[in-house]
Design a protein around this ligand. Structure first.
Ligand code: MRU
Length: 317
């Protein structure tokens, strides 16, 4: 991804430490969080210093490097962070197998991360064909380079379409409570892709007005039958898209497809800290008596999905 015109990744390993662009601080300041231990990586994933399923997987792969003296304990610690993101489990088991086979942990992790980036680029090449010139695209949350180390999943076809010279416009759902849509808008701005952030509840309004030609979202976990978990609110967007006959695509690499579960009802939904709703930038915005709930994801049934954009091509329903 470009940051101020320079090529950057959202995370990398250097001198035995994992370096992460601190996504809690973006877009206001570009700060690097340095993880010196497995516990630091666990903190970074839990607190969303790093977020987005493939990027969580990549951070965990490097976490396995740091904790390679005791891979069982390290894998357990990492897997206890964010339960919905399948990439986390895919990456840690990939690393465990590689280390057990005697492969150098760092080489295995670097290969894993290069693999993710290549898959994202292929998702871009396939998905770009779905985007016509002058399209208006809706995306939910941030499924860009920040969420995948580089390039992105849902943002990959968008980047590729822009690179081909297609005129496009992106509506980025703000996404409560962490405002990941702002991260999407920031990534798009760096590439010169025109966009607007909208509140999540505005998406239906724009779909009904004929302002959206295609919806592309990422995924945290896709069940065997095609039901998938993604950022809370995705389910509603899928229903409204179908109601308005707008194609709805899910962009995800192999590492997000969980072949071990039959359908979406088996996906664990992460319930996050209530403070994320009660406080904004450290300021309390709700009274003491307010009771809140904070599910991070929801499940969209496969019947709402037009197709899955993967590194192997587009899987139509
Ligand atoms: O809670 P987050 O911000 O980690 O959730 C991220 C999403 O829901 C993304 O859409 C998903 O992880 C895919 S990222 C390529």
């Amino acid at each position: 991804m470009k940051i101020d015109g320079k090529d950057k990744r959202s995370l990398w390993f250097e001198g035995g430490r994992l370096k992460l662009i601190d996504q809690r601080k973006l877009p206001y300041s570009l700060e690097i969080f340095v993880a010196k231990s497995v516990d630091n990586v666990v903190f970074a994933i839990n607190e969303m210093v790093v977020r987005g399923a493939p990027a969580i997987g990549a951070a965990a792969a490097y976490g396995m490097v740091m904790g390679s003296q005791d891979i069982i304990k390290t894998e357990k610690k990492l897997q206890q962070t964010r339960p919905t993101a399948f990439d986390l489990f895919y990456a840690t088991s990939y690393m465990k197998n590689a280390i057990e086979k005697g492969i150098c942990p760092l080489i295995a992790a670097e290969e894993y991360v290069e693999g993710i980036i290549n898959r994202c680029r292929k998702i871009g090449r396939h998905g770009e064909k779905l985007i016509s010139d002058n399209s208006k695209i809706l995306t939910h949350c941030n499924a860009g380079a920040l969420a995948t180390v580089d390039y992105g999943t849902a943002l990959a076809p968008i980047r590729a379409a822009h690179a081909k010279g297609k005129k496009i416009f992106v509506y980025a759902d703000e996404t409560r409570p962490r405002c990941q849509g702002l991260l999407t808008a920031w990534e798009l701005k760096q590439e010169g892709i025109p966009n607007s952030i909208i509140v999540d509840n505005a998406a239906g309004y724009y779909m009904q007005k004929g302002e959206i030609d295609i919806v592309i979202v990422g995924a945290d976990r896709i069940a065997k039958n095609g039901d998938f978990a993604n950022k809370i609110g995705t389910y509603e967007k899928a229903i409204v898209a179908k109601e308005n006959s707008i194609p709805f695509y899910v962009a995800a690499p192999e590492s997000t497809f969980d072949q071990s579960i039959e359908n979406g009802s088996k996906i664990t939904i992460e319930e996050r800290n209530k403070e994320e709703l009660i406080y904004v930038n450290g300021k309390r915005i709700m009274p003491e008596w307010a009771s809140v709930k904070n599910p991070a994801f929801d499940i969209t049934p496969k019947k709402y999905v037009t197709g899955y954009i993967t590194e192997r091509g587009i899987i139509k329903k």
